[in-house]
Design a protein around this ligand. Sequence first.
Ligand code: SF4
Length: 169
Amino acid sequence: MNYSKIKKYDISNGIGIRCSIFFTGCNFHCPECFNPELWDKNSGNVFDDEVKNKLFTYLSDEHCDGLSVLGGEPLIQGMALVELLEEVKEKFPNKTIWLWTGYKLDGELDETQRMILSQCDYVVDGLFKRELSGKKLRFRGSSNQIIWRNENGNFVEATDIENNDRFNK
Ligand code: SF4
């Protein structure tokens, strides 16, 4: 599992102050992709134990509300990501996990991808479409993308996120 960058404090990707990690590797190859250099799963840096410990140190910051997982494409990271998210949940049970994917939750997903999603509190799904982009959108680039909240294992569309000030921390 490789990553391109980790942001210790990120206020753009999810509710509150987040620690964000951007994994490399993407199989969608969108023509308008801003980061084609991240398509190769072998690009970037290896996510080893040293990096993981750094990530956990960032997450243990009292000001950090949780982990945001982006890419590239997180859902092709396999069991390594399942295990990482399980560990995050175990160590930081009160912090949320957000994940962005080009896959659709109601599309064809394999078991490992579903295991990754099951660890997440919020998932933003769907490919970015420039013709559907808009400045009023929050945490998503285009209106075809949907923010889902994990409610006891069921993903429910979180339509309240963009309109509700209580989420503006
Ligand atoms: S899903 Fe995202 S990272 Fe992958 S090719 Fe499309 S725009 Fe690029």
